[in-house]
Design a protein around this ligand. Structure first.
Ligand code: AMP
Ligand code: GLY
Length: 425
């Protein structure tokens, strides 16, 4: 079968790489892809957030049997509905179901209605009212833009003054455009953050192995949030906590969505905060995590194509996910300046050394080919993953690999996975 992967980050490279290991995959296409993806897939430059007719045209012309959507924007804009109307097979939730990520206000009201544990919140569409409210509250306070903001729409304010500044930034200066027409003001939660990601075909739910992302830019979780600076798997989830998350969060969410006429099919990603033994939802995503995918897929034993097709034809009950017992750790190499404005066009050296190492996988994100060499083209540039017998060993190996790569201004966190070992670096 020919497949198409939409997106061009590390997550999509990991998806293409995993699909390339399936004996049933005949050819991979990617839109837009990146330098690393182009080694295993045919990359096409098509606008993919809205231009669904061109994407569908490619699928029909090439006889592509399955399309997999990496990023959230096309899902929230209704790519799945568009493809299905044309009789094309696509993996992901419908537009109605993708609202769980597309509107944080919808998600919070939904959770309240179905008694799914989450932080207390209030919704505002008037900045003056929001400001008057936060001025009376005790800090810290979390301010969130309602709509999609490329992972940047959440501001954790340590004082009411900073909360006021955040409200003005979102609602008056319109830093995230229309996404900031409404905001949430939330109680700040404390604890361990965990990514709990499941596949569902609407009837059966199959959780992926657990993983933990590292969102802040600096070691020991300091500094502003990023898209994710690294991840490890397995994450800090005991069997009893796993059961609780399924019972209190995942199952009621999927049932509630069905009751709302928004049946969910695809990947449901619950970003959770765990305090003691109590999980609460920070956010829902309706797609694979990035960088979580770079640690979960290297642990998957199944044929990914078979798994995704089973979600499609609602035969997931026939599929049992099997995982390698090893631990995986992924470290993101970022450009100087990220998550603010960052350098671009810096030549990348040393990658050929990584391809000679076994159980080290390199996933490209902001990388492009220019005059036969690889140069940086994004904030998150590369993800380097090590798979090893345990977490301690995987951490050792991943940093040994990372130290063979160089580009000017290269930055990475040095403490990925240390939390799980119960120590600071
Ligand atoms: P979200 O996009 O809602 O996941 O928010 C991005 C990040 O902001 C999360 O991964 C958390 O690190 C942080 N965050 C969001 N909501 C809260 C909250 N209520 N309390 C503490 N941290 C939060
Ligand atoms: N790892 C965070 C995300 O995928 O949203």
């Amino acid at each position: 079968m020919k497949v198409l992967v939409i997106g061009g980050g590390g997550r999509e490279h990991a998806l293409c790489w995993e699909l390339s290991r399936s004996p049933q995959v005949e050819e991979i296409f990617a839109v837009p892809g990146n330098a690393g993806i182009s080694e295993i897939a045919q990359c096409k430059k098509i606008e993919y957030e809205k231009n669904f007719s061109s994407l569908a045209g490619l699928v029909s012309k090439e006889g592509i049997g399955l399309t997999i959507v990496g990023p959230e924007v096309p899902l929230v804009n209704g790519i799945v509905d568009y493809f299905q109307k044309k009789g094309l097979v696509i993996f992901g939730p419908s537009k109605a179901a993708a609202l769980l990520e597309g509107s944080k206000v919808f998600a919070k009201r939904f959770m309240k209605k179905y008694h799914i544990p989450t932080a207390d919140f209030k919704v505002f569409s008037n900045p003056d009212k929001a400001i008057a409210y936060v001025e009376k509250r005790k800090a810290p306070i979390v301010i969130k833009a309602d709509g999609l903001a490329a992972g940047k729409g959440v501001l954790v304010a340590e004082t009411p003054q900073k909360a006021v500044k955040a409200i003005k930034l979102i609602m008056e200066k319109k830093a995230f455009g229309e996404a900031g027409k409404r905001i949430l003001v939330e109680e700040k939660l404390f604890g361990q953050e965990v990514s709990f990601i499941v596949l569902t075909d609407g009837k059966t739910v199959r959780p992926l192995v657990s993983s933990q992302d590292h969102k802040p830019i600096y070691n020991h979780d300091q500094g502003p949030n990023t898209g994710g600076m690294g991840a490890y798997s397995p994450g800090p989830i005991s069997a009893s906590l796993h059961k609780k998350i399924m019972r209190r969060i995942i199952i009621p969410t999927l049932q509630g969505m069905k009751e709302e006429g928004r049946e969910f099919k695809g990947v449901l990603y619950a970003g959770l905060m765990i305090k003691g033994a109590d999980p609460k939802v920070l956010e829902f995503n309706v797609r694979f995590g990035d960088p979580e995918t770079q640690v979960t897929l290297p642990r998957l034993k199944n044929d990914l194509l078979e798994v995704l097709l089973a979600v499609q034809d609602q035969s997931l009950n026939q599929v049992h996910l099997e995982w390698r017992p090893q631990a995986a750790v992924c470290v993101i190499l970022a450009s100087r300046g990220y998550p603010g404005s960052y350098d671009k066009g810096k030549p990348i050296k040393g990658l050929e050394k990584l391809s000679r190492l076994s159980n080290i996988f390199t996933f490209h994100a902001g990388v492009k080919r220019e005059d036969h060499r690889l140069v940086t083209s994004g904030g998150r540039v590369l993800g380097v993953t090590a798979l090893s017998k345990n977490l301690k060993e995987a951490i050792r190996q991943v940093y040994r690999a990372v130290d063979k790569v160089y580009f000017e201004g290269m930055y990475c966190r040095r403490d990925i996975g240390y939390k799980a070992l119960g120590k600071k670096r």
